[in-house]
Design a protein around this ligand. Structure first.
Ligand code: GAL
Length: 502
């Protein structure tokens, strides 16, 4: 056995400290560092079963115990003072929920504060009857304005008696009976954004309340922040308070944890830390139903696509499909980008008046299948910005050429950010997921047609203004022999005899 460990020694050796190498005789000093070689009558000696048939002796002396204690204390101190400098691990919290981006409905975009139990039940029933639930839209989430302005005398949150006269247990059990899940909303500060009670200092009580009411998900907002000297925490600490409450509650009750959906608008880079606390994190300020907001959100998220994977997802905000003056093409681009970038998909339009066009967008099964891919959890990413130089941050003209993996092949998203239609051309091997020397069958996931085989490149003709083309490329064998030039990517293309091809 290696004698460098302070307590474990071969029986022929004597205890060494401070990383010393083994001692060979009782009187020989350990070659490096401190040593101990007290006679056996001053030492406690423990024999442990040796792995290779040799006896191993643990020698404990007063001095060795003190030295070990000092060494461990020093190590603990070192670990403690170096803590702030350690990078936060990016492994996602896997508490059994939220592996895929969650899908469902949220009341905010369509109704703001104008919500009540009838509306929520009716919406849940429509999710079912319109077939949305069958496609995966399973969460019926209540946003802000559900509460009474004051807590009860015992300090509990109270559902607004006018809007929710039957109480939440009744409502959530009807939602569950439809095969759906129920979501609720609160805030990490003193109040919600509409000045209803927030959960600050009441995290454990409120988490328990939400669970007792039958909710499965909590959206947690960022308004009404306590003064610095009161909260004494940064953004991570503020959101950890509720993360801990949710985890403790689940540990105590044995119930699955509430799905924790952090809503703090992308402040303090939640994509770096929120995966340790919850399942999704908003990345931007609030969405609105116009192309300007959609383009800006796509642009911001194009730089953090790496942050979404199983159990942790960039939340690009509630969908505006069906709202405002979005054109059909803009709605398709919106839904495509959110889906392929693995954002939660929350419908935010009035389902009692939903048009077939809106349903056609929200219910494209081939696009949803990529969002909900059980094998590949990662987002698409830009491989070429297009009209802008690569890596340009441009809120009105985000990246145009994107690709990513799916369980069925490589996905391409071509986004026309211009105000007029345009042809969009790319070489297949511009995408890292394509193999050189292969040809690819191409399926269009919006027209639902197979569009032949692409060799080397592809052109989408006349992509409408603010429109999108989504392609699934599958390997269709070697490209035709003799395809020229010998390398699709000309950089450093060379014959094995050393002749460079320009
Ligand atoms: C905002 C949030 C919105 C909505 C609203 C409710 O902070 O981003 O999605 O929840 O609060 O007041």
């Amino acid at each position: 056995m290696d004698g460098s460990h302070p307590l474990y020694q071969d029986s022929t050796d004597y205890a060494c400290f401070g990383g010393a190498s083994r001692c060979s005789t009782q009187n020989e000093k350990c070659r490096h560092g401190l040593f101990s070689s007290l006679p056996n009558n001053q030492a406690q000696v423990y024999n442990a079963s040796p792995s290779k048939g040799r006896s191993i002796t643990i020698v404990l002396t007063h001095r060795s115990i003190i030295m070990t204690f000092l060494t461990l204390s020093f190590a603990a101190l070192l670990a403690y003072i170096s803590l702030p400098f350690k990078p936060i691990a990016t492994v996602a919290l896997d508490n059994g929920i939220g592996k895929l981006p969650f899908m469902g409905y949220n009341t905010w975009n369509a109704y703001h504060c104008d919500i009540d139990e009838d509306l929520i039940l009716q919406t849940a029933q429509l999710m079912k009857s319109l077939g949305l639930a069958d496609l995966g839209y399973e969460h019926m989430n209540i946003d802000d304005c559900w509460a009474e302005k004051n807590r009860s005398v015992s300090g509990d949150l109270v559902a607004n008696a006018t809007r929710f006269p039957s109480g939440f247990n009744n409502l959530t059990s009807q939602i569950h009976d439809l095969g759906l899940k129920a979501g609720i909303y609160s805030d990490s500060g003193w109040f919600t954004c509409q000045l209803y009670p927030g959960s600050y200092l009441n995290e454990a009580r409120d988490a328990e309340q939400f669970q007792n009411w039958g909710f499965d998900l909590l959206k947690y907002d960022n308004c009404a922040v306590p003064f610095d000297e009161i909260i004494d925490l940064g953004m991570i600490g503020k959101y950890t308070r509720m993360a801990d409450a949710i985890a403790n509650l689940s540990a105590t009750t044995g119930e699955p944890p509430l799905l924790y959906s952090l809503c703090q608008w992308g402040r303090e880079q939640p994509w770096l830390w929120a995966r340790k606390l919850g399942q999704t994190w908003r990345t931007t300020d609030d969405i609105d139903a116009d192309w300007e907001h959609l383009a800006s959100i796509i642009n911001q998220n194009s730089f953090i696509t790496w942050a979404s994977d199983f159990y942790g997802h960039n939340d690009m905000d509630i969908l505006e499909v069906g709202n405002g003056n979005l054109t059909f093409d803009e709605a398709k681009s919106h839904f495509t980008a959110w889906s392929l970038m693995k954002s939660p998909l929350l419908i935010g339009t009035d389902l009692t008046a939903v048009t077939n066009e809106t349903l056609e967008v929200l219910m494209n099964p081939e696009i949803i299948a990529i969002n909900q891919d059980p094998v590949v959890g990662t987002s698409i990413s830009p491989f070429r910005w297009g009209i802008n130089p690569d890596w340009t941050f441009n809120a009105t003209h985000p990246a145009q050429y994107w690709s990513g993996q799916s369980q069925n092949g490589t996905i391409f998203m071509l986004l026309n950010v211009l105000d007029e239609s345009a042809d969009m051309f790319f070489n297949l091997t511009e995408s890292p997921w394509i193999n050189a020397g292969r040809q690819y069958s191409v399926r269009d996931l919006w027209t639902h047609t197979n569009n032949g085989t692409a060799v080397r490149n592809f052109t989408a003709n006349a992509v409408p203004a603010h429109g999108v083309v989504v392609l699934l490329a599958q390997d269709a064998g070697p490209e035709p022999a003799g395809t020229q030039p010998p390398c699709a990517r000309p950089e450093w293309c060379i014959d094995q005899n050393g002749t460079l091809v320009q």
